[in-house]
Design a protein around this ligand. Structure first.
Ligand SMILES: Nc1ncnc2c1ncn2[C@@H]1O[C@H](COP(=O)(O)OP(=O)(O)OP(=O)(O)O)[C@@H](O)[C@H]1O
Ligand SMILES: [Zn+2]
Length: 292
């Protein structure tokens, strides 16, 4: 039995299941402060004979196994969680292998194994919610370099009619600053869910997403692009993306049929938790003693 944690800024999802993606039991816990939230996480997992745990976490996080602070959340604006030693806390309580990656890398792993990118060795998973983040599978592996990717903060070209200043505390009008849920709400004065009939809202959203996708395509050449998160519940955005992206690429790169290329998560809202189960399985496999 494997344990999985999808650690988000508003809630944690914890589940037990197995490497086939089957979820046996799950709970949701509000994200408050580590003492409280982790207390509930530990109580939940203590009920089960888990052999490994996988964590897909909000970030930024330290995923460099050589680093002294490996397994921690690093410079998050959620101050109570800054420098929180996530992996160590789980190891202290369970003495099992712990897999650790970003929530979006976990979701990409879930989607490439069981979801919309099943059977491929490459995909990009982007969430457009409170923030924007993306994870990727490249040549069968989770994308990681110096650290994990931070693809939400790309610079995009501003729409000539968009006067909104942008919401990113670091860059103001980066992709996340212009296109995440809170930016939509501040620009238009209403939450996205209440702007369903305002075509100009989703046209502009598609305009920015298409620019980001062009850059991801040029750099990573993913075989499938999966768009999740609360904002992408507005399915009409896909048609605007499919309008703007070919205009931007302008024939330079040959793309597959966009209807099959840029899609919603095959696992729906379970991409992250399923991927976290797979992170647990990977951790278990890599820590197994080698037998001859
Ligand atoms: N159906 C919807 N239509 C439009 N916008 C939505 C919808 N549902 C949620 N949102 C917007 O998405 C944002 C919340 O994103 P999401 O539901 O993915 O939660 P989250 O997990 O907090 O986000 P994140 O993945 O960035 O941590 C809010 O800004 C909200 O207004
Ligand atoms: Zn930014």
């Amino acid at each position: 039995m494997l344990g999985a944690i999808e650690a988000g800024g508003t809630k944690f999802v914890c589940a037990v299941g197995d490497e086939s993606g089957r979820i046996i039991e799950r709970i949701q816990i509000p994200t408050t402060v580590p003492e409280e939230t982790m207390g509930s996480v530990i109580t939940f997992f203590k009920k089960y004979p888990i052999q490994a745990v996988g964590i897909g976490s909000f970030g930024p996080i330290d995923v460099n196994t050589e680093s002294p602070t490996y397994g921690s959340i690093t410079s998050t604006p959620k101050l109570a969680w800054k420098d929180f030693p996530f992996v160590q806390t789980m190891k202290d309580n369970f003495s099992v292998p712990v897999g650790f990656n970003t929530d979006v890398n976990a979701a990409a792993l879930g989607e490439v194994t069981f979801g919309a990118a099943k059977g491929l060795d490459s995909c990009l998973y982007i969430t457009i919610g409170t923030g924007i983040g993306a994870g990727a599978i490249v040549q069968g592996n989770l994308l990681q370099g110096l650290s994990h990717p931070e693809m939400g903060h790309l610079l995009v070209r501003r729409h000539p009619k968009d006067t909104y200043k942008g919401k990113c505390p670091y860059h103001h009008d980066c992709f996340e600053g212009l296109a995440a849920g809170p930016a939509i709400e501040e620009r238009w004065g209403e939450k996205g869910i209440n702007l369903v009939d305002r075509e100009e809202v989703w046209d502009l959203e598609g305009y920015y997403i298409a620019q980001a996708l062009m850059q991801y395509i040029l750099i990573l050449s993913p075989k499938k692009i999966i768009l999740g998160g609360g904002v992408m519940k507005q399915k009409q955005v896909f048609s605007y993306i499919n309008k703007y992206l070919p205009e931007l690429i302008n024939g330079y790169v040959c793309l597959p049929d966009l209807i099959d290329y840029i899609v919603s998560p095959g696992l729906g809202d379970d991409a992250g938790i399923t991927g976290s189960l797979l992170l647990a399985y990977q951790a278990l496999q890599s820590e197994k003693p080698v037998t001859s």
